[in-house]
Design a protein around this ligand. Structure first.
Ligand SMILES: NC(=O)c1ccc[n+]([C@@H]2O[C@H](COP(=O)([O-])OP(=O)(O)OC[C@H]3O[C@@H](n4cnc5c(N)ncnc54)[C@H](O)[C@@H]3O)[C@@H](O)[C@H]2O)c1
Ligand SMILES: [Zn+2]
Length: 333
């Protein structure tokens, strides 16, 4: 078993990584309390049943799958179920699914009775690599991504790479894009794992290195006022493209991959990226209306007055932040 501790004083928590871990989660759920397992219709039901069997007093709330679940309606659906089952502040939420389930149930945990504990059991590459740690939880509103949310750290993150066996290839690649980002901004040795024939052969190393990178950055800057913003590499334009495509037709990691390419002007880096994008079936460009994407970008919450902080690469493994007048992002679109 691999263990990483995210050190955030009284909010510190462990990340455990091990094949087959889904069959051993019971020991971490503390049998005496109620457990609400939140999952979605796309996550194989068997996974929820396996977790349920290990709970003393467990419940399963299965919501619709996809980005549409990060909505006020589904958020209320879970809150109402918890009220109905008389969940108290001492009870527990388990997020069992991808980044959508993590963001959504984390936000429920942050707000139900002013906040209860949650354990994240991520089941997609994207959530195992990236979204399950860091404490950013949110839902969308009126087509704007993550604009209602909180910082709420999980109690624990339990990662079982075996569950990826059922994940469709497009989602596998989508999540790997976030690990590629992690390598590009902070860890060339992680990037190099993508220069092999099949990165999935190294998935455990990819998970470990990506999580270590993110953990270190989050520990320095939990609330994203400084260095943590480098994690947004590719995300400014990426979020704009996601919103333009109504948060459906382009997945998050795919949009980030597009956004990263837009921010890289250095030909030698682009040369190394071409074969990787090809292997992962990630597009380097896509059709969109520049003005509309720009409008989405400027609606994003990360914009401070007339300036925008963008993330650029000095070289592979080294990113830096730069403030630009918001209008200037058009030069990258
Ligand atoms: N909080 C953060 O820091 C953070 C970081 C990055 C992304 N995100 C968010 O994460 C979301 C995307 O997450 P995602 O890519 O995991 O998408 P997702 O949660 O929608 O999962 C993708 C699909 O795979 C299905 N699925 C999940 N696990 C499966 C499994 N093991 N086998 C078969 N099918 C499975 C789901 O039902 C879903 O249809 C976006 O909303 C994004 O904004 C959050
Ligand atoms: Zn992301």
């Amino acid at each position: 078993m691999k263990k990483i501790t995210v050190n955030l004083k009284d909010k510190s928590y462990p990340i455990l990584i091990q094949r087959g871990l889904l069959n051993q989660v019971g020991q971490y759920l503390e049998g005496h309390r109620k457990v609400m397992i939140v999952t979605d219709e796309g996550v194989p039901e068997e996974y929820a049943q396996r977790v349920l069997a290990q709970c003393g007093q467990g419940y399963v709330e299965r919501v619709i799958q996809g980005e549409g679940a990060k909505s006020m309606e589904v958020y209320q659906q879970i809150l109402r179920r918890m009220l109905k089952e008389r969940f108290s502040r001492k009870d527990l939420i388990v997020a069992l699914g991808g980044g959508v389930i993590g963001d959504l149930s984390g936000f429920v945990a942050a707000t139900y009775m002013r906040g209860i504990e949650f354990i994240n059991i991520p089941t997609t590459t994207l959530s195992q690599i990236d979204s399950s740690i860091g404490g950013k939880v949110a839902i969308n509103l009126d087509g704007i991504k993550n604009c209602v949310g909180a910082f709420w750290q999980p109690k624990m993150v339990l990662i079982d790479p075996d569950v990826l066996a059922t994940l469709p290839q497009r989602h596998i690649n989508n999540g790997l894009a976030e690990a590629l980002k992690a390598g590009l901004i902070r860890d060339e040795s992680l990037f190099e794992l993508f220069e092999t024939d099949d990165p999935m052969e190294h998935i455990e190393k990819i998970l470990y290195k990506s999580l270590m990178m993110k953990k270190k950055v989050v520990e320095i800057d939990e609330r994203e006022i400084g260095v943590r913003r480098i994690l947004n590499f590719g995300h400014t334009i990426g979020h704009g493209i996601e919103s333009y495509y109504h948060l459906h037709d382009v997945y998050h990691g795919e949009a980030v991959a597009l956004g990263m390419m837009k921010m890289i002007k250095d030909e030698t880096i682009r040369e190394r990226l071409h074969p990787i994008y090809q292997r992962l079936n990630l597009k380097e460009d896509i059709d969109y209306d520049r003005q509309q994407v720009y409008d989405f970008i400027t609606k994003d919450k990360k914009i401070d007055g007339g300036t925008l902080t963008i993330v650029l690469l000095r070289k592979i493994g080294e990113a830096y932040l730069k403030d630009i007048p918001t209008e200037k992002i058009k030069e990258y679109l």
